[in-house]
Design a protein around this ligand. Structure first.
Ligand code: URA
Length: 234
């Protein structure tokens, strides 16, 4: 049960003050009756706003194909961001829709967006070791033995004391490979390749846990069920 004025404001329809005006104007109904008390608590399933059910009242979980050139930060000073791809109302929601971890501006591929902060914590916490797979092209031929270096669990990146956790490299071609990580340090893939003399030219995340980007076009998203990452029973 949620207060009507709070429901409208939190789902991004308008401010709480405006919500009170919407309610007074009869734009909000509960079980078919115009609600005149903005403090009324109602089950969102019984609520209609201008005749329509509330927009994703339980939360949002999206799988976005992030194009290159957009940042994951909400800070406008950092340039155009991925949130600009979403319907404007979703940008006004509280809690805010945010990315699960980040991809660099120059990285494309699978990015999860959600307003479920508990999910963000669970999927980004190092102890959960969610595997993420990146396809990289590099400027020169991959050195022999690279897979063993990345798998060793002893690779140290400059200025970091803890070695990288073992990562799996699958070579796709002389200058192309997929790397699966279970951690998410700053620019980790680019820095791991750089530590072995390879500059990453393109980077694309193809997998996050069990999810793949499949043939979703850049800039498009699909909705995922909120329980998508619930532990599988049995
Ligand atoms: N590693 C990187 O270097 N960049 C990303 O965007 C993601 C992982």
């Amino acid at each position: 049960m949620r207060r009507l004025d709070q429901l409208l404001a939190n789902l991004g329809y308008c401010s709480r003050r405006e919500a009170r005006a919407w309610i007074a104007a009869g734009r909000v109904t509960v079980r078919g009756e115009a609600a005149d008390d903005f403090g009324l608590k109602a089950d969102p399933a019984d609520v209609r706003i201008d005749g329509q059910p509330p927009d994703h009242p339980d939360g949002l979980l999206l799988l976005l194909h992030k194009p290159v050139g957009l940042v994951c930060s909400h800070d406008r000073r950092e340039g155009p961001n991925v949130y600009g791809l979403l319907p404007p109302r979703w940008l006004q929601r509280n809690p805010q829709v945010t990315s699960v971890g980040r991809l660099d501006k120059d990285t494309s591929g699978l990015l999860l967006l959600t307003d479920q902060s508990e999910l963000v914590h669970r999927l980004t916490a190092p102890k959960h070791k969610v595997p993420k797979t990146y396809r990289a092209t590099v400027h020169a031929d991959l050195p022999p033995g690279l897979a063993a270096v990345f798998a060793s669990g002893t690779l140290r990146l400059p200025d970091e004391s803890a070695p990288c956790a073992p990562a799996e490299l699958s070579v796709l071609g002389p200058r192309e490979a997929e790397l699966t990580l279970t951690e998410g340090r700053y620019h980790q893939v680019r820095r791991m390749f750089a530590s072995q003399g390879c500059e990453v030219l393109t980077l694309h995340r193809v997998r996050f846990g069990r999810l793949t980007i499949a043939d979703l076009p850049p800039g498009q998203w699909r909705e995922l069920p909120l329980d998508c990452f619930a532990p599988v029973a049995g």
